[in-house]
Design a protein around this ligand. Structure first.
Ligand SMILES: NS(=O)(=O)c1cccc(F)c1F
Ligand SMILES: [Zn+2]
Length: 254
């Protein structure tokens, strides 16, 4: 596990403490937020999302100490997103998840105050305008993150589910992680983990995808800690909703 930082999700290093090291935590464009659909503004000028995750060569899945992440070789625009609120195409860099200790919390964005058990973030960067991901992270139009809510498929007999499930391992390919309907909400925001840069155009999909309870349990077997340290389950690695501070959330759908 690489890049162990001085922040986390615990009592002493969690979201309420982050502002001490990262003052932008108290900025005007922080994420996540609570999305209130009735207050979102339908914008007919928003284009449909175009997502092409052609056989983008994914690198390995890794535990970075804060989440489970799949990195992509981002040398070309094979795996990219464009359209929607975006002025250019954005290249997929990585995707990762946030989840809870139980199904009643775990997502970062909420809808009318409702949390989902898990939230997938597909992180893209504006490679048309910036040379590197690091440069893009510093720019207000540098990143575009697609948020997808994950619901746990309630099955009568979970075991039965197990047999039909191709795999309950943590290997996903990004296309299978998208719902059929790409209706979304969009708003200007930030990384939801330090350094919390306000460089993200958020695109949160309205429709959730379903994963099995076995797959959800697999997330909860991961650890925040390294082999040498005392084991701490990787759960509740989510930042709570932040103040909207006058921002407008637009909807791509009526
Ligand atoms: N949770 S998050 O999608 O906002 C995120 C986290 C770390 C690095 C990022 F570039 C990023 F976008
Ligand atoms: Zn995230």
């Amino acid at each position: 596990m690489t890049g162990h930082h001085s922040w986390g999700y615990g009592q002493n290093d969690g979201p309420s403490e982050w502002h001490k090291l990262y003052p932008v935590a108290q900025g005007n464009c922080q994420s996540p937020i609570d999305i209130i659909p009735a207050q979102a503004i339908y914008d007919p000028c928003l284009k449909p999302l175009s997502i092409s995750y052609r056989s983008g060569s994914s690198l390995d899945i890794s535990n970075n100490g804060h989440s489970v992440m799949v990195d992509f070789k981002d040398m070309d625009d094979k795996t990219a997103i464009y359209g929607g609120p975006l002025e250019s195409s954005y290249r997929l860099k990585q995707f990762h998840f946030h989840w809870g200790a139980s199904d009643d919390s775990g997502s970062e964005h909420t809808i009318n105050g409702k949390s989902f058990p898990c939230e997938l973030h597909l992180v893209h960067w504006n490679a048309k305008k910036y040379m590197t991901f690091a440069d893009a992270v510093e720019a207000t139009d540098g990143l575009a993150v697609t948020g997808v809510f994950l619901e746990v498929r309630k099955t009568a007999q979970a075991g039965l589910q197990q047999k039909t499930e191709k795999n309950n391992s943590l290997h996903f390919n990004p296309t299978s992680l998208l719902p059929p309907c790409l209706d979304y909400w969009t708003y200007p925001g930030s990384l939801t983990t330090p350094p919390l840069n306000e460089s993200v155009t958020w695109i949160v999909l309205k429709e959730a995808i379903q994963i099995s309870d076995k797959q959800m349990e697999k997330f909860r077997t991961l650890l925040f800690t390294t082999e040498e340290e005392e084991r701490i389950q990787m759960v509740n690695n989510f930042r709570p909703p932040q103040p909207l501070k006058g921002r407008v959330v637009r909807a791509s759908f009526k």
